[in-house]
Ligand binder design. Structure first.
Ligand code: GLA
Length: 492
């Protein structure tokens, strides 16, 4: 009897915090621009074993990997390549996050409750219907986006200077027009529920006016979820209000990134959720191009035009290296039928000039994107780019392939020994041919006129990087292509 009573008393007492790392923890990460991001850790410790997950920046659970005890705590990693060191720190949890490179954070996480990480109740998605075409982006959009180079280090000054540089460098004259702010511009909402930019962007309307005064357009970023991928305020439950706010500011382009919406909705709801914002943009009183970013889930290319979408990401995020770029660029073949005026496959933004590839590799990257009729969103620092980078980004002969009014995306003609030949039909009967060498050494590449659908040599054969007319003869073209390089030709 006595023993039973004692057991009951212990069971009724609140779970005493063990001296380990077990528990739900909230790490507050205040930013200099007045926003505090929250990362949660849910850790289940049993002696020397640890299980659980991390909820970075308000997103869904990412499982922890390879936990091992270290000192009084643990070390573990998670899918994004982050490494965590955690140890008890009085009532708190000491957390160090290594993001790779030199970047790291170190702070005390405080005890939190499961309720804080629960996603909000799902707002019922709208009934599906086919929205009209918004009439925008008859050719793939050209511009710049802050994410690839600047990530969170983007502000009003950077955007203004980028607009200046876009004009000064000759990029605007070559066709670039959108200056797009990606994630991390948001603060929160005011009493009326309107979205408010954080201190990095003191006056969005004034910024739009400035960008417009240069003959350019301003783009912005949001998410259908409660928070963006970076943990900033999303448009969940405020879609129409946000579209009206963008219109009032003078925004011309919205990139809408799935992110935390994935905690509330699944693949079957994707279309309806994008339709909600597509509809809001159509009725906001200003033409705003609609860029869907959900990494190619749910065969987005089959329904994006029905939500008034102009472009849709087909892949996960690009990185500034040869492997990432080629994995994406050479795997877009099957999507070619879905591209056309007003509706573009988006293999992600350009990395040209960001430093992780050679000039030859960046020429390959740019040529490939142009042949694929991909959006040309420069992702580098336009203010400081080298002549090499500027020459690549402003090669008008190659850009003309991307901007060809027919809007046909290239398909693969052949792939042999690491050499891939892609062809893209052009308005007026011309044909663009890209000969890509994926090998780390120079290689020979060729195609016959017959393979290019001709019975005789073309009247003209233009080399778009050599800026020269070649003399077509014999039964086809044969040439040397540098390691990881490209030869781009136009037959007419
Ligand atoms: C996702 C997108 C990126 C970028 C970041 C911002 O990863 O795919 O292009 O917008 O979010 O947080």
């Amino acid at each position: 009897m006595k023993l039973l009573l004692l057991t009951l008393v212990i069971a009724a007492a609140p779970a005493a915090r063990s001296s380990g790392v077990d528990g739900v923890w909230r790490l507050d990460q205040p930013k200099a621009w007045g926003v505090t991001l929250h990362t949660y850790l849910v850790l289940h410790q049993k002696g020397a074993t640890l299980e659980g997950g991390v909820y970075p920046n308000g997103s869904g659970e990412v499982a922890i990997r390879d936990p091992r005890p270290e000192g009084a705590g643990f070390v573990f990693t998670m899918a994004w390549g982050w490494t965590f060191h955690v140890r008890p720190d009085g009532a708190n949890l000491h957390v160090q996050i290594l993001y790779g490179g030199d970047a790291h954070d170190e702070a005390a996480a405080v005890p939190a409750s499961e309720a804080e990480i629960r996603p909000p109740v799902a707002i019922a998605p709208p009934a599906l219907r086919a929205l009209p075409d918004n009439g925008l982006l008859r050719t793939p959009p050209m511009g710049w986006n802050s994410w690839n180079h600047f990530e969170e280090k983007v502000d009003d000054k950077t955007v203004r200077e980028t607009a200046d540089a876009m004009v000064k460098s000759g990029m605007a004259a070559a066709g670039y027009v959108y200056v797009n702010i990606d994630d991390t511009w948001e603060a929160g909402r005011d009493a009326s529920g309107a979205i408010v930019p954080n201190r990095k962007f003191p006056d969005m309307k004034a910024l739009a006016d400035y960008v417009h005064s240069k003959g350019l357009k301003l783009g912005i970023y949001s998410s259908p979820g409660p928070v963006t991928c970076g943990g900033y305020e999303g448009s969940y439950g405020h879609e129409e209000q946000d579209a009206r706010t963008y219109a009032a500011w003078g925004i011309d382009y919205l990139k809408y990134d799935w992110c935390s919406a994935g905690r509330i909705y699944g693949i079957p709801e994707l279309r309806a959720i994008y339709q909600r914002m597509g509809d809001a943009l159509l009725h906001c009183g200003r033409p705003i191009a609609f860029s869907l970013c959900e990494y190619g889930m749910g065969d987005v290319w089959t329904w994006a035009p029905l939500v008034s979408g102009n472009l849709w990401r087909t892949t996960d995020d690009i990185s500034d290296n040869w492997k990432s770029m080629t994995n994406i660029g050479f795997n877009q073949d099957k999507l070619a039928p879905y591209a056309g005026p007003g509706h573009w496959n988006d293999p992600d933004m350009l990395e040209v000039g960001n430093g992780g590839m050679t000039p030859a590799e960046y020429r390959t990257h740019f040529s490939l994107w142009c042949l694929l009729s991909a959006p040309l969103m420069a992702g580098n620092d336009l203010r400081t780019m080298s002549d090499d980078t500027r020459e690549i980004l402003t090669n008008r002969e190659v850009i003309a392939l991307d901007q060809d009014p027919l809007g046909r995306q290239a398909t693969r003609l052949s792939a042999r020994d690491g050499v891939e030949v892609l062809t893209k039909p052009l308005q007026g009967g011309g044909l663009a041919v890209g000969l890509f060498n994926r090998n780390p050494a120079e290689a020979e590449a060729s195609f016959t006129w017959a393979e290019a659908g001709r019975t005789a040599p073309p009247a003209t054969l233009r080399d778009l990087w050599g800026h020269a007319d070649l003399s077509p003869s014999g039964d086809g073209f044969r040439g040397r292509v540098p390691a990881h390089g490209v030869v781009v030709l136009v037959l007419r």
